[in-house]
Design a protein around this ligand. Structure first.
Ligand SMILES: Cc1cc2nc3c(=O)[nH]c(=O)nc-3n(C[C@H](O)[C@H](O)[C@H](O)COP(=O)(O)OP(=O)(O)OC[C@H]3O[C@@H](n4cnc5c(N)ncnc54)[C@H](O)[C@@H]3O)c2cc1C
Length: 273
């Protein structure tokens, strides 16, 4: 590869896809590189999407984006080993209003937004990892990939390889991330019939519930659990600071197993009542 592009975007998550889409739509010759097999294949998120941010990129996104459920109810639970105390807020949306938040499944969302970038003319190459930036003096002139003869040149390189960008760290553009700055979360999706979800969470149509959980479920570590309703699945996860996992020796999967068997959670994800 010795071609030169106007811009190279590293990563096909929300940031990379938005950057690739906007630049391609403006007529630039854009190459996007993603290490995963397809956009979204590597990405874990709760996930709630804030529609106004997406709308700034794709104005009529609400009619076409693969949103799961509109988040109309937010529950906050303080939990001990066997019970919880909680509060919840349930909003309403009038006919002339739009919900502000939606649950999403990242694999679907990333594929959709990436499709927009490609439709606008961006060239996406997957299964290609950027290992370094190419520089001419202080100026970034391209990227080095893990492919044979994999140097590619561009006037602009956008690093959208995640909040802990290893490429930016290696290039000296940001300090190394420390364990006490980083949280680690794990999540599972529990597939359930749509009707079961609506009965269990007291919702109908496209409405959704999210639950944020605190307290003893994190065994004294700084962190939180979450449960989000999708159309036909429930996303359940928990995360804490990496430093805390290191010092306690508790694994994230251990916490998730404990959360799944918590009496307040177990009936919400059970396959049969
Ligand atoms: C468990 C969890 C729950 C979360 N829940 C929410 C939520 O509900 N709502 C919310 O708004 N945010 C949530 N977040 C945060 C959200 O996931 C991030 O803010 C978001 O993913 C950042 O998007 P991004 O495009 O910058 O990076 P990413 O989504 O991390 O995408 C980076 C992409 O770059 C690719 N990549 C990385 N390195 C390279 C490389 N060297 N070469 C090529 N490709 C590369 C990756 O494969 C990936 O596709 C959550 C995060 C976690 C971990």
């Amino acid at each position: 590869m010795a071609e030169k592009f106007d811009a190279i975007v590293v990563g096909a998550g929300p940031s990379g896809n938005a950057a690739a889409y906007l630049m391609a739509r403006a007529g630039m010759n854009v190459l996007q590189l993603e290490r995963g097999e397809y956009p979204g294949s590597k990405n874990v998120q709760g996930a709630i999407m804030y529609a106004e941010a997406l709308e700034a990129v794709i104005p009529n996104c609400r009619r076409q984006a693969p949103f799961e459920r509109a988040v109309l109810e937010q529950r906050m639970w303080l939990m001990d080993e066997r019970s919880h105390v909680g509060s919840h807020f349930r909003g309403t949306v009038d006919a002339d209003e739009q919900p502000t938040r939606y649950t999403v499944i990242r694999a679907n969302m990333d594929k959709w937004l990436s499709g927009k970038a490609q439709d606008a003319g961006a060239l996406l190459i997957c299964e290609t990892t950027v290992v370094d930036l190419l520089k001419n003096g202080e100026r970034v002139v391209g990227v080095r990939t893990d492919r044979v003869n994999g140097d590619i040149f561009a006037d602009v390189v956008v690093l959208a390889d995640g909040v802990n960008s290893l490429v930016a760290t290696k290039a000296g553009l940001r300090p190394r991330v420390k364990a006490h700055d980083v949280a680690l979360a794990v999540k599972e999706m529990h597939f359930l019939p749509k009707q079961t979800i609506e009965e269990r969470f007291n919702i109908s149509g496209n409405d959704g519930v999210v639950i944020e959980m605190f307290g003893k479920i994190t065994r004294g570590m700084v962190g939180t659990g979450f449960l989000y309703t999708n159309k036909e699945s429930v996303s359940l996860g928990i995360g804490c600071m990496v430093e805390d996992f290191k010092s306690t020796g508790v694994s994230p999967y251990q916490l998730l197993e404990e959360l799944k068997s918590h009496p307040s959670i177990r009936p919400l994800i059970a396959r049969r009542t």
